[in-house]
Ligand binder design. Sequence first.
Ligand SMILES: Cc1cc2nc3c(=O)[nH]c(=O)nc-3n(C[C@H](O)[C@H](O)[C@H](O)COP(=O)(O)OP(=O)(O)OC[C@H]3O[C@@H](n4cnc5c(N)ncnc54)[C@H](O)[C@@H]3O)c2cc1C
Length: 338
Amino acid sequence: MSNSAGTEMVDLLVIGAGPTGLACAIEAQRAGFSTLLVDKGCLCNSLFHYPANMVFFTTPELLEIGDMPFSSPNQKPNRSEALEYYRKVADHYRLDIRQYENVERVTGSEGDFTVHTTDRFGRALEHHARRLVVATGYYDLPNYLGIPGEDLNKVRHYYDEPHPFYGLDVLVIGGKNSAAIAALDLWRHGAHVTLVHRGPEMHRHVKYWILPDINNRIKNGEIKAYFNSTVAHISEDEVALSTPEGPKTLKNHFVFALTGYHPDFTFIEQLGIKLDEGNDRRPICDPVTLESNVPGIYLAGVIVAGERTNEIFIENGRFHGQAIANALLAKRSERALT
Ligand SMILES: Cc1cc2nc3c(=O)[nH]c(=O)nc-3n(C[C@H](O)[C@H](O)[C@H](O)COP(=O)(O)OP(=O)(O)OC[C@H]3O[C@@H](n4cnc5c(N)ncnc54)[C@H](O)[C@@H]3O)c2cc1C
């Protein structure tokens, strides 16, 4: 891996070195194209920021890319195993990954794009590529609630580990997997947990092995839950809830607002890619080649699903690499014929 700016033209530059971005670079490289990956954080930056003790929902073989086996002694791998696996894959394929470079904007057109980045010291860099893949994921931008007090530093939109919250009053907002997992982990490590969810019960998408656990903790009163309820405001020492029984004020030290994340639609639009506003803001792209409405810019991974971030994950997004490599090969043979 290198960290210098490139003046050399590559066939394909991939923005985002998550599992999908890696798969795109690997498949393009295997098809004979030169590639470069650029990520604003580290390799698999989103996975790196997942909860420290997280266990994937998926069995290891469904996280594999580049036909490299992912072996784990566990039925489902944890975050460290996945990070190790993707490091090994990056090594094996000798991927050229520029880490800690944020892609700010892109100029040019198919055949001659310039990708403008800044490194972690704010220095401007440029890379040149014939074609681009955007595989920027969704984990960098939380869905804010827009309530007073959300900007207090006791409010978190990412859950990491339970120890700092031992013996404290913690409110978890949300009703899906992230909220259920965080609430259980916090409770098991000695926090006093209250969960608030706007729906009538935990969401039906909560994994079948997590649902009975959280529901039983709630039934036993070990985790206090307010359903059909919302948070009205957050202050230093309290949270105010709006519940079917009327307003409630609870003592509170920390809040985890785990209400989901969304792709950087502004960035996608800045590239000239249109969003289908009537269809969950899915970026416009050919469903087979994944080429967007901007010739030479392809989309990959979870961003293809727009706001429906639960439709594409590593299990299915990893195949976008092959689809894009096929499209690049088809373009190359069209050119050879004309
Ligand atoms: C807690 C949790 C558990 C999960 N468990 C599973 C599971 O078991 N199985 C499964 O299949 N999926 C799981 N998922 C979902 C899965 O992790 C994501 O769908 C997947 O990471 C998406 O891959 P991606 O490559 O599209 O995006 P990401 O992995 O998010 O990668 C995007 C990359 O783009 C980079 N980036 C963003 N903007 C820029 C920019 N402007 N310039 C440069 N780089 C940029 C980011 O730093 C990041 O590294 C889980 C998600 C969460 C939150």
